[in-house]
Design a protein around this ligand. Structure first.
Ligand SMILES: Cc1cc2nc3c(=O)[nH]c(=O)nc-3n(C[C@H](O)[C@H](O)[C@H](O)COP(=O)(O)OP(=O)(O)OC[C@H]3O[C@@H](n4cnc5c(N)ncnc54)[C@H](O)[C@@H]3O)c2cc1C
Length: 461
C-alpha cells in the first residue's frame, strides 16, 4: 500500500493536513522519518496554461513558485519528489496535460492511494475527477485548510440565515478567532472590539491630495529558476497576455515574508486613509500586494492577521503607534472579505458562474487585451498598469474595470474570463464572487446589497 501526494500549484505550504505524517516533535524544516520516502508529485500542464490567455507573469509566478517549493521539499529531506516541467521547447516532454505524467507516476511508484488537498475551485476539481485512475487506486481528498474557515464551518454559519451579510460574518469571525478584541471584561464574559467599534470604514476614505509619495513595491530579481521559466513562457508565443518583463514578483515563502514585513513597516500606517483612493501614476499606493502569495499558499491568512495585530499591539504608546483604522481596515479585508467571498463561492455552487441577471450580452471590447486601443484615460491607465505587472488594486478593479463592464453591458461571463486570465492573483474561487457579484452585480444581489454604478445607467431589459 503506497500513498502518493499530488501537490497542486496553489497549495505551496507545509502547514497543511496534506502532510499528515508530520510528527508533533518534528523540526518544522525537516521531513519526518516516516514521510521521507513518500512519493510526491508536482505537475505543470501546458494544456492548462493554454486554456486561457493568461498573463505571462502569472504563469511565471506559479511555475517558478512550484519549482522553488519542490527544491524546498528536497532540501527538507523528502527523497522521492517528482517534478514535471511544462517545457514547450522540448517536444518530447509529456507534460501537456495532468493525466499522462500522473498515471505514469502512479504506475511507476505502484501507488494505491492518491492524496490531494481539495483545490476549492470547482472546475479544477472536476478536471481531476475526470482523470481515469486505475481501479486499484483510491482518490483521497483532504479538506482545504488554507483559510480561517473550513468549508463545512462556513456552510454551517450560512445555513438558515435570512441574510448573508459580510458585516455579520466579519463580526462573528473577529469574536471566533479573537482578533482585535479586548479581554472579556464584563460579567457576561463578552469581549468587545478594540476601539469600541467594529468598523472604521468611514475613516478610510481620505481623498488623495497633494504629493503623497507612496512607497515603491518590494520587488525581487529573478534567479536562475525564474529565468528558466521566463524563457519557457516566452516560447509559448503570442497567445498570452501582458508583459513578461520586468518580472519582480516573489516566488518563495521567504519572499512572501519579506513582502509582509514591507507592508507592516512601510504601508500599513497609511493603508487605511487611502484604501479607497486612486492616483494616475501610482498603481499600488499603500496596498499590501499580498494576494498573489496568500492565494498560492506561500503565506497563510492566519499568520498575516496575527502579524498585523501583533505589530499594532506592540506599537501602542510608541511614537510610531499604528492607526487602528488602518489595522482594522486591512484585517477586515483578510479575515472578512477574503473568507466571505470564498465561503459564498462554495455556498452558491457551480451554477453561480452562469449568473446574468441583466442579460448583458455585449462582447468584451478589444481594448481589454490591448490598452492602446482605448482613449478613455482611466481605463487606459489601469489596463496599461495591468499589462505591465498583472496587478491593479481593489478600487481600480471595482470602480474602473467592473463599473465600466456593468454600465456598458458587457457579458458577465466574458468579463469574468478576462479577469481570470489577466490578473496575477486570479483563481476561480475568488473571481466568481468578486467579478460577478461585487463587480457587475450579475447575480442580482445575492452577494452585494447594491450595484457599484449610478442607477439610471443600468440596463434592466
Ligand atoms: C472585480 C474584482 C476582481 C477581483 N479579483 C480578485 C482576484 O482574482 N484575486 C484576489 O485575490 N482578489 C481579487 N479581488 C479582491 C481584491 O481586489 C484583491 O484581493 C486585492 O486588490 C489584492 O491586492 P492587495 O494584496 O494589494 O490587497 P489589499 O487591498 O492590500 O488587501 C489586503 C488583502 O485582503 C484580501 N482581500 C481584500 N478584498 C478582497 C476581496 N474582495 N476578495 C478576496 N480577498 C480580498 C486580499 O487577500 C488582499 O491581499 C477582486 C476584486 C474585484 C472588485
Amino acid at each position: 500500500m503506497t500513498t502518493g501526494i499530488w501537490i497542486l500549484g496553489n497549495q505551496l505550504t507545509f502547514d497543511s493536513d496534506l502532510f499528515q505524517l508530520q510528527a508533533p516533535n518534528q523540526a518544522p524544516d525537516q521531513a519526518p522519518d516516516q514521510a521521507r520516502n513518500q512519493p510526491i508529485i508536482l505537475i505543470e500542464s501546458l494544456d492548462y496554461a493554454r486554456s486561457r490567455p493568461y498573463h505571462r507573469q502569472k504563469l511565471v509566478l506559479v511555475w517558478s513558485a512550484m519549482r522553488h517549493f519542490a527544491a524546498d521539499l528536497r532540501d527538507r529531506g523528502y527523497t522521492d519528489v517528482t517534478y514535471i516541467c511544462a517545457d514547450p521547447v522540448n517536444p518530447a516532454n509529456p507534460a501537456h496535460n495532468f493525466a499522462t505524467p500522473l498515471l505514469n507516476w502512479i504506475t511507476d511508484r505502484q501507488i494505491t492511494t492518491l492524496r490531494l488537498l481539495d483545490p476549492t475551485d470547482f472546475p479544477f476539481r472536476r478536471t481531476i475527477e475526470a482523470i481515469n485512475l486505475p481501479g486499484t487506486v483510491t482518490l483521497e481528498w483532504v479538506a482545504n485548510d488554507l483559510f480561517f474557515w473550513s468549508e463545512s464551518e462556513f456552510i454551517a454559519w450560512a445555513t438558515g440565515r435570512k441574510r448573508l451579510l459580510m458585516e455579520d460574518f466579519y463580526r462573528y469571525s473577529r469574536k471566533r478567532f479573537e482578533v482585535l478584541m479586548t479581554p472579556a471584561s464584563d460579567q457576561s464574559g463578552n469581549a468587545e472590539p478594540i476601539g469600541d467599534r467594529w468598523n472604521f470604514d468611514k475613516d478610510n476614505r481620505k481623498p488623495p491630495k497633494g504629493k503623497l509619495n507612496p512607497p515603491p513595491p518590494l520587488t525581487f530579481e529573478p534567479d536562475s529558476i525564474t529565468r528558466d521559466v521566463m524563457a519557457q513562457v516566452a516560447a509559448l508565443g503570442d497567445s498570452l497576455y501582458g508583459q513578461l518583463e520586468p518580472f519582480g514578483w516573489g516566488v518563495t515563502r521567504s519572499h512572501a515574508l519579506q513582502v509582509l514585513d514591507d507592508f507592516l513597516t512601510q504601508r500599513l500606517p497609511r493603508f487605511g486613509p487611502y484604501q479607497d483612493a486612486m492616483l494616475t501614476d501610482e498603481p499600488t499606493l499603500w496596498h499590501a500586494l499580498l494576494s498573489p502569495y496568500l492565494n498560492l499558499g506561500l503565506i497563510s491568512p492566519q499568520e498575516v492577521v496575527t502579524a498585523i495585530e501583533t505589530a499594532y499591539r506592540e506599537s501602542i504608546g510608541s511614537d510610531r503607534e499604528l492607526p487602528l483604522a488602518s489595522v482594522e481596515g486591512v484585517i477586515r479585508q483578510i479575515l472578512g472579505w477574503r473568507e466571505y467571498m470564498r465561503g459564498l463561492y462554495l455556498v452558491f455552487g457551480e451554477d453561480y458562474a452562469q449568473s446574468n441577471t441583466f442579460e448583458h450580452d455585449l462582447p468584451l471590447p478589444d481594448f481589454f487585451w490591448d490598452a492602446r486601443k482605448t482613449d478613455l484615460n482611466c481605463l487606459r491607465c489601469t489596463l496599461s498598469q495591468l499589462e505591465a505587472s498583472g496587478y491593479a488594486h481593489h478600487i481600480q478593479r471595482l470602480m474602473i474595470l467592473g463599473n465600466f463592464a456593468l454600465i456598458a453591458g458587457i457579458n458577465p461571463q466574458a468579463i469574468e474570463q478576462w479577469f481570470h486570465a489577466a490578473f496575477i492573483d486570479g483563481y476561480d474561487w475568488v473571481m466568481q464572487t468578486n467579478v460577478l457579484g461585487m463587480g457587475v452585480f450579475a447575480d442580482g444581489g445575492k452577494l452585494a446589497s447594491k450595484p457599484y454604478a449610478p442607477r439610471r445607467t443600468i440596463s434592466t431589459k
